[in-house]
Design a binder for this molecule. Structure first.
Ligand SMILES: C[S@@+](CC[C@H](N)C(=O)[O-])C[C@H]1O[C@@H](n2cnc3c(N)ncnc32)[C@H](O)[C@@H]1O
Length: 269
């Protein structure tokens, strides 16, 4: 039952997802750049519609191989359509807890996905298995409790955001997962875990301020209906959060920072 709730809440809605499609390895997974060399093999677990995966494939070139895996059939379909013909790039439907292949990878990356898992340690154990000796497991994720807005967002958005965190927590997801991955990596047998802050800040005056700070209006648009259906907020409250937050962006909003850490470790030889 608990797992059913987690699976239901983790499921991305089928609607087009502009947030995922704006991402590239440079703007949303830059911690990977140091590893990406022509010819290497990379597994992107929880790849969504494959936007970051495609830019990883550009870096490893046609002599490399990149496999994107996600349980969401619709997202995998979109990923395949968006990458048709790109050499050395493939997508497969699969789940982080159970995915298996005889392949072993130089880099296994998992970005913004552990936040949607009720058993992150089990997921890490399965991913560790898929890393070659000497290869790297690299996790990028949020601590949603450390989001900062300057100045405070409108009350309606704060209410939506608090409901979002509660809805996630009730499904068993760790809102502070970024700050717990280090410990989990050590528990499953990695040593010398490296932690790199990867916070993303949208500041007024930046070319992309309106689009980037709007992330939470997009979450209310895309995920909000799930919260309404589960009685965490009303439809009116959801719409109010979007409208008031858009007006905050247009008027007084100065900055919005999401707290993200990259947590990485090398597979022993
Ligand atoms: C926020 S998206 C991140 C997509 C991409 N990695 C990025 O950083 O833009 C989270 C992804 O996790 C996937 N996901 C959820 N549960 C999963 C599971 N059990 N195994 C693998 N992926 C899962 C979702 O389908 C979704 O595509």
């Amino acid at each position: 039952m608990a797992n059913e709730v987690a699976n239901e809440r983790a499921k991305m809605p089928a609607a087009p997802n502009p947030v995922l499609e704006r991402r590239t390895v440079e703007n949303a997974n830059r911690n990977l750049l140091k590893y990406l060399k022509p010819g290497i093999r990379v597994l992107d677990m929880g790849c969504g519609s494959g936007a970051i995966t495609r830019s990883i494939a550009d870096k490893v070139g046609p002599t490399g191989y990149v496999l994107g895996v996600d349980p969401n059939e619709k997202l995998i379909e979109q990923a395949r359509q968006n990458s048709a013909g790109q050499p050395g790039l493939a997508f497969e439907q699969g789940d982080v807890y159970t995915f298996d292949t005889p392949d072993r990878f130089d880099v296994v990356t998992c970005a913004r996905t552990l936040q949607w898992l009720a058993q992150p340690k089990e997921a890490l154990i399965n991913m560790k298995r898929l890393v070659k000796p000497g290869g790297y497991l690299t996790i990028l994720d949020f601590n949603h409790e450390k989001l900062t807005w300057i100045p405070e967002p409108p009350k309606a958005m704060r209410l939506f955001y608090d409901a979002f965190l509660k809805w996630r927590q009730d499904a068993g997801f760790d809102n502070a997962i970024a700050d717990h991955v280090n410990e989990l990596m050590l528990e499953i047998g990695f040593q010398d875990v490296a932690i790199e802050p990867q916070h993303e800040t949208a500041r007024r005056g930046d070319a992309n301020f309106t689009v980037d700070s709007r992330l939470w209006a997009e979450v209310a648009e895309l995920r909000g209906p799930q919260l309404v259906k589960a009685d965490y907020i009303t439809e009116e409250q959801r719409l109010q959060a979007i409208a008031d937050y858009d007006s905050w962006i247009a008027t007084v909003g100065e900055s919005m920072r999401v707290y993200l850490l990259a947590v990485e470790a090398q597979q022993p030889d």
